[in-house]
Design a protein around this ligand. Structure first.
Ligand code: NAG
Ligand code: NAG
Length: 231
């Protein structure tokens, strides 16, 4: 059992991020003081290390290097057991005992009797879904909206979670419209179907374009569509 302490101490010493006030991180990099994206180097950059969680694998995490996450694997847990590994603890940014890490199951209470702050974990039965951990209990599972999966990195359901990305889905407010990602004559409208909100695609007929500011179909020279393409 001695090995694990060495492993944790080594990781703690080399990977715990110290966020200094003179480091000017952009706000969206953190969620409740926990990094969720690799920060880009800043003018006063000190080579402190930031780690971010893997999107759905408890034994993996990303070590940030110049704004990029490089996949790492947590150390083995028990001497002689070539499979069991420590799990990444997103609150401490280190590999930790699985029952404290809060990844495969909700984290247990601290020695002082309090619980870690609420957080979401991938549902072990379907990692696209999530469980909400509160005071050691798991609420859920909760389903993600269509075309999204839960990412432990982002603590949200996102459109593309691979490599720890947080490809957020724009919030769907009923009746809202937005330009299609690629084409000027397509738009999407947030529509309620069977009680759930979805982005539904529509077309501007007759060669006219969707105006992202006016949010309606208009003559192409008035619509100011930023895309080049047209279908
Ligand atoms: C940080 O790391 C870069 C690349 O390894 C190096 O060139 C630079 O001198 C380091 N800066 C400090 C303040 O240590
Ligand atoms: C209990 O311990 C945790 C972890 O060490 C700490 O973050 C928290 O502030 C403590 N809470 C109280 C009430 O002492």
């Amino acid at each position: 059992m001695k090995g694990i302490y060495v492993a944790i101490a080594f990781l703690a010493a080399s990977t715990v991020s110290v966020v200094n006030s003179d480091q000017d991180f952009s706000e969206e990099v953190f969620l409740d003081d926990i990094p969720i994206a690799c920060p880009l180097p800043q003018p006063n950059w000190r080579n402190t290390t930031t780690n971010i969680p893997h999107e759905n694998n408890c034994v993996l995490f990303y070590k940030c290097k110049l704004g990029q996450g490089i996949e790492q694997i947590c150390p083995l847990m028990i001497e002689g057991d070539p499979e069991s590994r420590l799990h990444y603890n997103r609150r401490l940014q280190v590999c930790d005992w699985p029952w404290q890490a809060g990844c495969a199951s909700c984290p247990i209470q601290y020695p002082n009797g309090t619980f870690p702050p609420p957080e979401k974990i991938n549902n072990p039965a379907n990692d696209c879904e999530y469980l909400q951990c509160e005071n050691g209990h798991a609420l859920g599972p909760f389903r993600c909206p269509t075309d999204t999966c839960f990412s432990r990195t982002c603590q949200e359901c996102v459109r593309d979670r691979n490599n720890g990305k947080c490809n957020w889905v724009p919030m769907c407010i009923e009746g809202d419209r937005r330009l299609h990602d690629c084409y000027c004559n397509f738009y999407e409208e947030c529509t309620r179907i069977n009680g759930q909100l979805h982005w539904i695609q529509h077309v501007c007929e007759g060669g006219i374009h969707f105006s992202p500011t006016q949010k309606r179909c208009m003559l192409p020279n008035e619509a100011n569509c930023p895309h080049i393409r047209h279908l």
